[in-house]
Design a binder for this molecule. Structure first.
Ligand code: CUA
Length: 175
């Protein structure tokens, strides 16, 4: 089959561009730990406030020593709106909404997910020490712009596990 030189240039051009597009997506995903925050777990928005998967609210440590942050979005606040976590430690976020779709964004980090009623979004990431603004980046109504929170990230040695965890584990042994 005779392919015109002009056509061959275009074919190679397309191949190079596709390689660049897919390659840059893959490189960004691995180097910046960009993750699709979906995690298909459902929940009844009407019973979220009593659901054991969102207890305790906020930061807690499980039996394996892993740190979780359970956060509920509602018009127009995050519950809880203020959290403190240790730096350079993986934190698993669990998020859901009791009303409409919100957007959970820890500004200047890769911690970001849509928060959709009926579903639990989950992602794990870690932070450098500092103060981070938690914003809602999905228009959710008249008070959307006021829906903000704070994430305090402190050096690991200065972080104290929430007291609820200390009492659950007996308080005497550190992992
Ligand atoms: Cu919640 Cu915008």
């Amino acid at each position: 089959m005779n392919v015109d030189l002009y056509e061959r240039i275009w074919m190679w051009g397309v191949a190079v561009m596709l390689t660049l597009f897919f390659g840059s997506t893959a490189a960004a995903a691995f180097s910046h730990q960009i993750h699709p925050p979906s995690h298909v777990e459902t929940i009844d928005p009407k019973t979220v406030l009593g659901d054991p998967r969102f207890k305790p609210q906020g930061v807690s440590v499980d039996a394996q020593g892993r740190i979780h942050a359970r956060i509920i979005g509602l018009m127009f606040t995050w519950l809880p709106p203020d959290m403190t976590v240790p730096a350079d430690t993986p934190i698993t976020f669990h998020l859901t909404s009791v009303d409409v779709t919100h957007g959970f964004e820890i500004v200047r980090t890769n911690g970001q997910s849509m928060v959709v009623p009926g579903y639990i979004s989950q992602f794990t990431t870690q932070f450098a020490p500092g103060e981070y603004l938690i914003a809602c980046n999905e228009y959710c109504g008249i008070g959307h712009h006021t829906m903000a929170g704070k994430l305090h990230v402190v050096p690991r040695g200065q972080w104290k596990a929430p007291t609820i965890t200390a009492s659950m584990s007996g308080g005497a042994h550190e992992h």
